[in-house]
Design a protein around this ligand. Structure first.
Ligand code: ZN
Length: 249
């Protein structure tokens, strides 16, 4: 079907388009070890969003580059946006997308520090726009989990999975000579917020085994992720169609 990048459309073209599914990538500018680009999270989210919009013919929106990166703020290269500023900015952008008429907004998130705020924003807007829906996907962990487990023994921030994806997407910008491994796992099961845990987990802004990465694993993972997200969107559209029919009767 081909991706529909809205920033390349003329106003006239945009007016003539059906406003069904909008896809918005959100990432971060954050240190990813010594070997991956600082823009990794946004580049990955954008690539996943592009693959999904190609499958569905959905409208692709320009990404939100900066995110909330408190955990890795102590590393150079990280640009951490305050939680309130991030929340309000993303909320304004999604509200504007909805005001332009889209019935479903899919946020493809590439960064863990953004996750809870994106869900807050989506929930708030869902009640302001009662006939629409907003979906938030943390692309690397919410979908294609079995494929992820099969492909990667030591995933994590800038680890085996992220490094593989970036070796596939931007091979010229991955410096494998500087790739490091770091493993730190607690057996804590509940959500724990602690600077001490963050520092132990990311002493060098890497978690997992970056040295085990390969572009082929990255390609397989991305394809499984895009397929899974596209299928989820179709399911959600079906559910919404059924629910709106019920309401009309
Ligand atoms: Zn990342």
């Amino acid at each position: 079907m081909g991706a529909q990048k809205i920033w390349l459309m003329s106003g006239k073209r945009f007016d003539s388009e059906l406003k069904l599914v909008a896809i918005l990538p959100v990432g971060s500018v954050e240190r990813h070890g010594d070997h991956l680009p600082i823009g990794t999270d946004t580049l990955e989210a954008e690539a996943v969003a592009l693959m999904v919009s190609e499958k569905l013919g959905a409208h692709l929106f320009p990404p939100i580059w900066y995110g909330s990166s408190m955990g890795l703020k102590r590393f150079s290269g990280t640009i951490d946006v305050e939680p309130n500023a991030f929340h309000n900015y993303v909320k304004s952008v999604i509200r504007e997308i909805l005001r332009n008429g889209y019935s479903l907004v899919v946020v493809v998130n590439g960064h863990g520090g953004n996750s809870y705020m994106l869900r807050e924003v989506a929930r708030e807007l869902a009640y302001d726009f009662k006939d629409r829906a907003i979906v938030v996907v943390d692309w690397w962990r919410d979908v294609a989990q079995k494929v992820r487990e099969t492909l990667f023994e030591f995933p994590g921030h800038a680890g085996e999975d992220e490094t593989s994806v970036m070796m596939y997407l931007t091979p010229n910008y991955v410096d494998m000579d500087s790739a490091k491994d770091h493993l730190y796992v607690t057996n804590i099961k509940v959500s724990t917020f602690s600077a001490l845990v963050d520092e132990a987990t990311y002493p060098e802004a890497v978690l997992g085994k970056a040295t085990r990465a390969s572009p082929e694993k990255g390609r397989q993972f991305l394809e499984a992720v895009a397929e899974d997200i596209a299928n989820e969107i179709k399911k959600i559209q079906q559910v919404l169609r059924e629910l709106s029919k019920c309401k009309a009767v």
